[in-house]
Design a protein around this ligand. Structure first.
Ligand code: GCB
Length: 597
């Protein structure tokens, strides 16, 4: 699915703004053929939760409705008109003028519908029914329960099976774009490097009648450097500029569809040339051993919640440059297309994660398995949602140079029987679908140590989330250090050919708390915790990178282990540095992107 952009043959109407909003408490039926009866308003894109202020709105679980009107300029009515949602969290049914045009399940990936058949002159009414619910069939996984209030109405409750607030709503842009009736449906680009030159396996899918597809590869100055005149082609680029971490170079595949000598549709797809390979226990980008320095992040800001915040995105990636980071993981769901395009342009390496978090029966943020000891793989009915998320994520992000690896799940119960059988087809699916055959990983939880893990043999990289010195050996960094070292040694023994990537390690730290001794939650303890981990990482060639948890403090559900959210940020939620940020900056600016080990 192509990102909607303006071209000489395509128009774009942005429906961002303030929409009507109705929180469905079951007290009345919403008539889809009538204007939404409400006086409440909500900005789109954005999570509704914090905008709504009241607890009743912020914590609402169930259905919400959004509505706005739009007009289509007459000049566009003969074009193909597509209504597109960057995402709707977590499930949506969309009506235009009272007619259903599309439904979509899964809160972090785009979907669209052709709307020509339902468009009217002058005003059109767009109504969207969104469900915030999560259960054992969805990704992420939520514990869904319901009760009845004094009026006999159903009250839903979702207890997140994961450690971030269940922000919901229309989080990403809603747009209408036009294409001609014959249109470019998709462009697939898979680059490879041969010495100084590169070749790009290119495939253009066109719907409708046409005579020819013309592909021009443009360099950053807009000069044509190569091309082809068939929809499937291997295009050679001589003296290719590589896309390098922190030194991006983006070519553009300019595609034209020609009929009777006229260009009837065109699209520009930016792409970078780089290779990715895992071998000999290391992670290679452009045939050089790469060292990941960076963060697990969240889409999480004040006011917007999980809603697109491009100002924060730009600032965050500028903070990456300041601190010497080169990468992030889209923990724990696919991020906006806008963020992925920004990462391509800024040369930030991305590990791209499907929203498969919470695949752990009885999960608790304290890393205790809780009282529920049921087997996860008997309980969860997420296979279908998981397959769909992998398909849609790879379909959306396949061309991004920034993306170097797919994460099939974060912290599943991979020590429980059934895990291997659950994951094997999913890992194969990702490999099969990805035109660039990127490496895959499954992020391992501390319960699934090398003696019991059943899934890391399926993937290319051993990714570890570790909290020695925090959830375990809290305040005792000496014991924590021994345990960490011993565990790394055990993984090397078990999977000597696989690189080890630390995808999470961290300690909650309340900015402004200080102590001389090793006291958890203080800024000094966070610094010493990281010094310990880094000392150990530097002993092992196989440790191929460090992504700290988390870039910034972020919102979670309430609980005794959370102080107005998770405080493991290196920056506060306002993006102010904690003491550790300065220490990390010293370390990371002295570690090169390549050949550190
Ligand atoms: C984890 C999870 C992450 C949590 C983190 C923590 O292992 O992957 O979502 O936020 O631990 O801080 O507990």
């Amino acid at each position: 699915m192509l990102y909607p952009t303006l071209t000489d043959t395509r128009s774009l109407i942005d429906l961002s703004g303030v929409w009507k909003f109705y929180l469905d408490d079951g007290s009345k039926d919403v008539a889809i053929d009538q204007p939404l009866e409400t006086t409440d308003l909500m900005a789109v894109p954005g999570s509704f939760n914090d905008q709504g202020v009241l607890s009743k709105i912020r914590n609402h679980a169930g259905t919400i409705w959004y509505e706005r009107e739009f007009s289509i300029p007459q000049t566009l009515l003969s074009e193909r008109l597509v209504l597109r949602f960057g995402s709707a969290t977590h499930q949506a049914t969309v009506y235009v003028n009272g007619q259903k045009v599309v439904e979509h399940k899964g809160g972090f990936l785009p979907f669209e519908a052709e709307i020509n058949g339902v468009i009217q002159r002058r005003k059109n009414r767009l109504l969207v029914e969104v469900s915030t619910l999560l259960d054992y069939t969805t990704l992420p996984v939520g514990n869904h329960t319901q009760s009845t209030d004094e009026h006999g109405r159903t009250i839903h409750h979702v207890d997140e099976n994961f450690d971030f607030f269940n922000y919901a709503g229309l989080h990403r842009p809603v747009k209408i774009y036009s294409t001609p009736q014959t249109y470019i449906e998709d462009i697939v680009l898979a680059p490879s490097v041969n010495g100084e030159d590169a070749s790009v396996q290119t495939s253009v899918q066109v719907v409708g009648d046409y005579d020819q597809v013309m592909i021009s590869i443009l360099d950053e100055d807009g000069n044509k450097v190569a091309g082809a005149d068939t929809p499937e082609a291997t295009i050679t680029i001589e003296q290719a500029h590589l896309w390098e971490p922190m030194n991006a170079y983006l070519y553009t595949a300019h595609v034209e569809v020609v009929k009777e000598g006229e260009v009837i549709d065109e699209y520009d797809e930016p792409f970078g040339i780089r290779t990715v390979e895992v071998k000999e226990g290391q992670f290679f980008i452009n045939q050089k051993p790469f060292y990941f320095k960076g963060f697990g992040k969240h889409e999480d800001t004040y006011y917007n919640g999980r809603g697109l915040n491009e100002t924060a995105n730009v600032m965050d990636l500028n903070l990456f440059k300041w601190i010497g980071a080169n990468s992030f993981r889209t923990s724990h769901y696919p991020y906006s297309e806008e963020m992925m395009r920004l990462a391509d342009r800024m040369g930030i390496v991305v590990i791209d994660e499907v929203p498969a978090v919470g695949l752990f029966s009885g999960f608790s943020a304290l890393l205790t398995s809780g009282s529920d000891v049921k087997n996860t793989w008997d309980e969860m009915k997420t296979h279908e949602a998981h397959e769909q998320a992998i398909r849609e994520l790879i379909q959306r992000d396949k061309n991004h140079a920034a993306v170097v690896m797919w994460v099939i799940a974060n912290e599943p119960a991979s020590h429980q029987d059934g895990a291997h059988e659950y994951f094997e087809p999913l890992v194969h699916l990702a490999k099969e679908l990805d035109p660039q055959k990127r490496p895959t990983t499954i992020v391992n939880i501390m319960f699934a140590l090398p003696d019991v893990d059943q899934v890391l043999d399926l993937v290319d990289v051993v990714s570890l989330n570790r909290y020695y010195g925090w959830y375990l050996n809290s305040g005792d960094l000496q014991t924590a250090e021994k345990a960490l070292r011993a565990e790394i040694e055990a993984w090397i023994k078990k999977h000597p050919e696989k690189p080890i990537l630390f995808t999470e390690y961290g300690a909650d730290t309340v900015a402004g708390f200080h102590a001389i001794d090793d006291i958890p939650f203080t800024e000094e303890y966070q610094v010493r915790y990281y010094e310990m981990y880094h000392r150990v990482f530097d002993e092992f060639k196989q440790v191929t990178g460090e992504q700290v948890w988390n870039f910034a403090d972020f919102e979670t559900k309430v609980g005794t282990a959370r102080v107005q959210g998770n405080k493991k940020g290196i920056f506060t939620r306002e993006r102010q540095p904690k003491m550790l940020a300065h220490e990390l900056r010293k370390r990371w600016t002295s570690i090169p992107d390549y050949d550190y080990k």
